[in-house]
Design a protein around this ligand. Sequence first.
Ligand code: NAD
Length: 241
Amino acid sequence: MSKPLDGRVVAITGGARGIGHTTARRLVALGASVAIGDIDDDALEAAAAELGTSAHHRVDVTDPASFAAFLDHVEATVGPLDVLINNAGIMPVGRIVDEDDAVTKRILDIDVFGVIIGTKLALQRMLPRGRGHVVNIASLAGELPMPGLSTYCGAKHAVLGFSDAVRKEVRGTGVHVSSVLPNLTNTQLASGTTGMRGFRQVQPEEVADAIAGLLTRPRPRVRLTRVAGLLVQAQGFVPGP
Ligand code: NAD
């Protein structure tokens, strides 16, 4: 029996755990040929074994040569890239006045530069073929001010602005660019916070479902939010113990 994503070649960064790994599992179930890339070698091996995919490759999204090698590996072993999901990200918690400069730079390197480089490399492959889809995982933090996550908020605002501009650049080419804005999601990344009062966590499976939906029906932005009330938006993240 045919499946909705049969024949689609999907590459996911940060695919060794959390939202990336859960999405990989979901897309494989829908018939896609999925390749995962991650900077964590051990987690990558384990995730690939669990998924039953040999298409995995170490990638550091902050290094353009490493990113290009990942996509080259995907195209050589699986086929022409249909979808890139720029998912790798970090979210250190803390007030900006106390933040180490190296941490600030690392957030921008992974969460912004990595997404921009990944989008560029994917478009260079997709535009000549007149088809493809780049999905950038942003965050609700890209639309809402979240004290305690200032640099991360700035990074995710940048991802949304960048994605919106690129979407206009490629309009009419057959290539799509989308953003996904999850609320706080139950993964290791969010484990350093005690959460945001009034926001209920979503599960990585719900984010994976939203991404799967995007691949069959492209839209500019998808939000995953369960907000109890507007007041909570200003309360911010509380650093965990
Ligand atoms: P996670 O920490 O569980 O997984 C992130 C993965 O990215 C890890 O496997 C990690 O090794 C990998 N990674 C980190 N730096 C990398 C690099 N330089 N190159 C390649 N891989 C790298 O996090 P998650 O919660 O699954 O987050 C995935 C994405 O979703 C991130 O972009 C995050 O900002 C976004 N997001 C998460 C939440 C949340 O609350 N968990 C909410 C909104 C958005």
